[in-house]
Design a protein around this ligand. Structure first.
Ligand code: GLV
Ligand code: MN
Ligand code: MN
Ligand code: MN
Length: 429
């Protein structure tokens, strides 16, 4: 291509994985729960500190840093051809309650290290390369996952909803954002985030597998060919409640038991889908008033279901709805809410990026396999605005969303290297 020091030989690239580990450890200290757990919720003080920490690393790496209205952060390494759409990569740094320090973080700090090693090797990109830190991949605070990337992909529905969304403490999205330094007044402010098609030539995400396959099979790199389709549903039941001693059993309509029964029915629908790829989780089940001697008068469930087959997943949602109606009738409670919060299609990776990743693994002498992602990622939404693919690395026993989450330095170094080589290749295309 005529450029000097093209990293066609991976020996050019030595990953400073010690520094990467130090950064991962430092970032994990911005947490609302004690180590080794990490809890970092959108727009909290700890989230703001963590964002500042990453912005500082971006600046130190010579990137120009920009933030959009909701706090997606973009660090750009300016390429030679300013007119070409940049290649992008990135992930998230928010962490669900009592989780670990690698989920998302490897794809942000690892991407910054990928840029550093390309810089150290003397590589000069043709297209710009941008590292994106996405706002709130996790649904913890406002109940919607991939908030930042969903908006980048142009979700009018989310832009409208966020004008009236509140968290569990009744703090509005707009007030929470403001307290973190992101001041929005209108739907237009929120939709200013939408990306135009063609903004990026590609999006790549490096992530821990969050499953056990790579580790158990002794494979270094997973190349993700598709991301499963996620959905989430909120359900509420209401009954009369009453005194736990005084109200006799035939006279009760217990909203808590309706919730319990629905959870078990839901499990049956998932198990009976006909495929091992259908999964379902009732991750939140709340009872009101929540006293041992009071019959629950209200219950609230938040239900997650996913599949690589969108129709099969939608069938489970239909059956869930039918069960909720039947249970409410039989138990004489009111089905006060049945709300599909999101019902997203799956995403396919781009063949040409898959090939570039495969080639990067081969020239690095790393074993690799193709796989699907059962977890969702910001890549699910970036695939709506540009071609996308993901790189997985092994993690200890497949653990994720818990404090025991761990990825070895070697595995991270391998992932960063494959990412760097792929970014370099795509930046020249
Ligand atoms: C996001 O972390 C997910 O639940 O896949
Ligand atoms: Mn996660
Ligand atoms: Mn993640
Ligand atoms: Mn995730």
């Amino acid at each position: 291509s005529g450029y000097p020091n093209e990293p066609s030989t991976p020996s050019f690239l030595s990953v400073d994985v010690e520094t990467l580990q130090v950064q991962i450890d430092e970032l994990s200290s911005f947490s609302d729960t004690p180590a080794p757990s990490v809890t970092r919720i959108l727009y909290t003080d700890k989230d703001v500190l963590a964002r500042n920490y990453v912005k500082q690393i971006m600046t130190n790496s010579g990137l120009s840093v920009r933030e959009d209205a909701v706090g997606n952060i973009f660090g750009r390494w300016q390429g030679y051809e300013a007119g070409l759409a940049p290649v992008s990569t990135g992930s998230h740094i928010d962490a669900i309650p009592y989780s670990g320090k690698y989920d998302g973080v490897v794809g942000v700090l690892g991407a910054l290290e990928a840029i550093n090693i390309l810089k150290r090797s003397g590589f000069e990109p043709n297209r710009s390369i941008e590292v994106i830190l996405f706002t709130s991949e996790e649904p913890t605070r406002f109940g919607i996952g991939c908030l930042g990337s969903r908006l980048l992909s142009g979700s009018e529905k989310l832009a409208s909803t966020l004008m009236n969304t509140v968290d569990a403490h009744n703090i509005s999205f707009l007030d929470a954002a403001k307290s973190a330094g992101y001041d929005m007044d209108s739907k237009q402010d929120i939709s200013s985030v939408f990306l135009k098609k063609g903004t990026y030539s590609a999006f790549l995400e490096l992530h821990i597998e969050q499953g056990p396959l790579l580790e158990s099979e002794g494979v270094s790199i997973g190349i993700v060919t598709a991301i499963a389709a996620p959905a989430s549903i909120n359900v509420g039941f209401e009954g009369n409640g009453g005194h736990a001693g005084a109200v006799l059993m035939p006279n009760r309509n217990d909203a808590g038991l309706a919730a319990a029964e629905l959870a078990l029915e839901f499990e049956k629908h998932v198990l009976q889908s006909g495929s091992i790829d259908t999964v379902g989780t009732v991750g939140i089940m709340e009872l009101h008033p929540g006293a041992i001697n009071s019959i629950p008068s209200k219950s609230h469930l938040e239900i997650d279901t996913r599949d690589i087959d969108e129709e099969r997943r939608n069938k489970v949602i239909e059956k869930l709805h039918e069960s909720a109606i039947k249970i409410a009738q039989r138990r004489q409670v009111k089905l006060s809410e049945f709300k599909i919060v999101n019902q997203d299609p799956p995403a396919l990776s781009e063949v040409s990026i898959i090939s570039a990743m495969e080639n990067a693994a081969m020239v690095s002498n790393l074993s690799y396999k193709f796989m699907i992602s059962r977890a969702y990622h910001d890549s699910l939404f970036m695939s709506r605005v540009c071609p996308m693919a993901m790189i997985f690395i092994p993690c200890y026993k497949g653990y994720s969303h818990k404090p025991e989450e761990y990825a070895s330095r070697d595995d991270m170094a391998n992932g960063v290297k494959v990412l760097a080589i792929t970014l370099a290749k795509l930046s020249r295309e």
